[in-house]
Ligand binder design. Sequence first.
Ligand SMILES: O=C(O)CCC(=O)C(=O)O
Length: 235
Amino acid sequence: MKPDVRQDQDARPLTRGDMASGLRLYPGYLDRARQVELLAALREALAAAPLFTPRMPTSGRPFTVRMSNCGPLGWVSDAGGYRYAPTHPKTGRPWPPIPALLRAAWQELGRYPHPPQACLINFYGPAAKMGLHQDRDEDDFDAPVFSLSLGDSCLFRIGGRSRGDPTRSFRLHSGDALVLGGGARLAFHGVDRILPGTSTLLAEGGRFNLTLRRVTCPGAAAALPPDRENVGLSA
Ligand SMILES: O=C(O)CCC(=O)C(=O)O
């Protein structure tokens, strides 16, 4: 599937230059039937690994977003800092596997030969947001950050590799896939706001964002038990 360049109200359009930089947007990558299928797999994962409220390392302030994970590793944040962990902070159990549909999407769009190791599940209620940040808790920046949106649309903001670089925003809708790769891998990004009532996919409203990441460099998987390194895809 070819990346598309889309213009949205209230949001500056992506440009061909963005695509060249490694930022790729695939509007409507998942049709409604596939969104429903992914949502069912997500609900199953959340039954095993319930959403929790992460906290900022220094201030202890709660995030407005609730989180969980699937995959061999999960991203967590608490007084101990930001890190990847093999188990859920509340249940102590390993995270459930990454749904097959997500692994297939990574394989199709990721342009990276090794499987993802972490799938962060973010749930945004109507007032939740995420401040501008870089994803840099991973060892391997050659691998893209790949995300899929389900439920209400959001206003997504992205800038450059320095916090002070100019930013612009565009909307992400249910079923959209977004890849931050190449020169965009370390771009500052965040979610300004949720647009409540823009999707009927989630009965409870709100938005899920599922972010797939490679954490360790291929071949350097000492942090993972051997049976959980390459779940479901050949490395
Ligand atoms: O919700 C999104 O679209 C972005 C999520 C994000 O930036 C993150 O989890 O690091």
